[in-house]
Write a protein that binds this ligand. Sequence first.
Ligand SMILES: Nc1nc2c(ncn2[C@@H]2O[C@H](COP(=O)(O)OP(=O)(O)OP(=O)(O)O)[C@@H](O)[C@H]2O)c(=O)[nH]1
Ligand SMILES: [Mg+2]
Length: 240
Amino acid sequence: MHNARPLLSLIIPTLNERAALPILYDRLLVVATTLNERGMESELIFVDDGSTDGTRETIKRLTKQQLPVRLIERTTRGLATAVVTGLNAAHGTMLGVMDADLSHPPELIPSLVEALASHELVVASRHLPGGGVEEWPWHRKLFSDMATAVAQPLARSCTDPMSGFFFMRRSVIETVKLKPVGYKILLEILVKGHFKTLTEIPYLFHNRNYGKSKLNGKVTLEYFWHLILLYSWKYTTSLH
Ligand SMILES: Nc1nc2c(ncn2[C@@H]2O[C@H](COP(=O)(O)OP(=O)(O)OP(=O)(O)O)[C@@H](O)[C@H]2O)c(=O)[nH]1
Ligand SMILES: [Mg+2]
């Protein structure tokens, strides 16, 4: 039977995040119940790039519980392309992206979804009053601020183009060829996506309590390569 209720597909990239997953799932279950009461269905799509810590097995166990859960197992690496793989597999009219390590509070999701009623793209931002990061060493903060500043001309009005926590209507990316490099999938969508209205909701980025960071020098280099590609893309498209 055709399901007429709007569906939210939540894409969650994973790389060795086993310890956080049961907690994340429980918190998402509460969120999905709230959304359900508001007439919406939810599905979770995990995209894993070769975790070796039992992440895949843990997700497979979650597929047998209440929420519709899918696991996509890739043999390649890359956060942003993992998200694209998840987006391509999603059935929802609303698409959400979040990290698996509990840095992004799932409890914000109902507000993000609600904002989709009047905006095509909704970003959870650390750079608005009321938002921020819990506690970062000065060098990480400096690097993040610099990375944000050099991307700002690409970011339209978005204050946190580095955010990995955002929701959008399917139409934003439906006919778009996304070809991101590295980590920053939102930046790719801000440049190439089809949207007129964007809004942001502040949030506090929690430091991870489980698992290890995957940020490294390679990710940083990839970021600069991605920027070069996006600036060239924007420049050449504006010539047409
Ligand atoms: N599928 C996939 N997921 C990834 C990859 N790299 C990172 N992730 C996931 O993407 C999310 C963000 O990665 P993190 O390492 O937490 O990056 P971060 O939040 O900027 O850094 P921390 O604050 O140190 O956690 C997490 O859910 C990771 O498991 C990858 O190559 N493939
Ligand atoms: Mg993280």
